[in-house]
Design a protein around this ligand. Sequence first.
Ligand SMILES: [Zn+2]
Length: 572
Amino acid sequence: MTDTFANLTVEKLIKLDWVQLEPHYAALEKADLNKTTIADWLKYWTEVSDVCDELYNRLYVATSVNTADTDAQKRFDHFMEKIFPRAMAAEQKLKEKLLASGLVVEGFEIPLRNMRAEAEIFREVNLPLFVEEEKLGIAHDQVMGAQTVKWQGKEKTVRHMEVVLRELDRETRKKGWELLAERQLADREVINRQWVEYMELRERIAANADLPDYRSYRWKDLMRFDYTPANCGTFHDAIEQAVVPAVQRMAERRMKALGIERLRYYDLFVDLSGKPPLKPFSSVREMKDKASAIFHHVLPQFGTYFDQMGAEGLLDLDNRKNKAVGGYCIEFAHTKRPFIFANAVGIHDDIQTLLHEGGHSFHAFESFKLPYFQQRNESAIPMEFAEVASMAMEYLTSPYLGGESGGFYSEADTARARVDHIETDLRFWPYMAIVDAFQHWVYENPMDGKDPDKCDGVWSALEKRFRPYIDWGGYEDVMMTGWQRKDHIHQAPFYYVEYGLALLGAVQIWKNALENQEQAVSAYRKALALGGTATLPQLFETAGAHFAFDAGTLQEAVNLMETTILDLEKSY
Ligand SMILES: [Zn+2]
């Protein structure tokens, strides 16, 4: 019963419908499951899941590479309506069958642990509440998406206005930022109302799952087996102790360079060299060739993976009309290939995105070697480590950005790009701490957490604790409503600390590479190949890092980042 889909081509795969998939799920459900049959059964299940997953991802990609392709949209909608719910229900039945069998398979301990946790919090009564939560999310998106301003005669989105924060002229930055802030404050009351609805809904979800509060629910939902809320508290303290003073020093250098007395929010992002923005490439071809050279320097095999993706049409990098925004890396599990989507327009951000997504794609290549879908699919690999793969790649590639390595820049421009990257990462930690600490407070104190005025108060206190270097004088309303502008808080509760933890892993790997690149990259690659078959501490250890929350580990990372910045600043 295995190798059922061995000859299934992509052309045929994307035309599959539920009638072709259903018999396989039915056969798996009916099959006799015991010690002798389990290996074949899991292999068969993997083949079906691989196909189903690739079908979903292919259809999704088709809608994002051409948003005007109504046929692709129709096929995707059909999948979401007719195939997805059925496939999810069928997958659930197979998980239950496996759990009920009590059978253990080597390398399957972690997937089984995940399935058990899923089953533990699953409640039929919560399904309609998730639909309500989804609807609230759409309503929230509508409010946020409508936040545009008229800037220099044109309607601009929030994302567009972020570019204004990099304008060299301070008065322009100030005007643009104030205009946007004013527009966002106009929605304060409606977001407050939505927030109360979210809180009440989430209390019910937790109660239905027989858990004391929503945080306990979410912890299991996010499969956080390897750390606790208390660890997050330790991490916040460590950030206050190790990162905040370094960013404070950065802020002082910034004020001096800009010749200003008070550092405003709109002064944080402007390039201090006073030079025009970096222009790394003039064609996507050039971007691909240079990125390939850079990846080859990290490890020839990574360069080969990247070239293979290029040759097989798995890199859609140029910005064009009718393309969805943003960038991502997605997996085609049946064909065992990743796919990278981006919107390159010729700025440094494009390079940073490609190097980041490149890390994700190598993670996919390495973990595809695992036999079972449940060991390697995107939801099986913990985010805290998936982002190590990508963030570490940004650091591992950083020594090779220069022309002498086949990269993009002169020595001075390489230094500018690297300083911008490290500063952005350093500034991220305190902000992440605010976002995370705020949510712990909210769900520890649900009565107060439901009161928007109290939320404003707590957010203000956190701003003072973690970002004392920003002068908010005269902008108190903007400052205290920061929680309203962070989508994760509303739509993906508690999902954010992952990036902070991953960054700490990434910097440790970079540090190893500075001492011995070959050894560091080899350990990193070994960890990628584990997919989702190990715990977070094991994944980090294998990659040569510690899964850490403490001030000591963080201080070491910060020291390296800060000394590198000071060193690089000498080159421009
Ligand atoms: Zn990522």
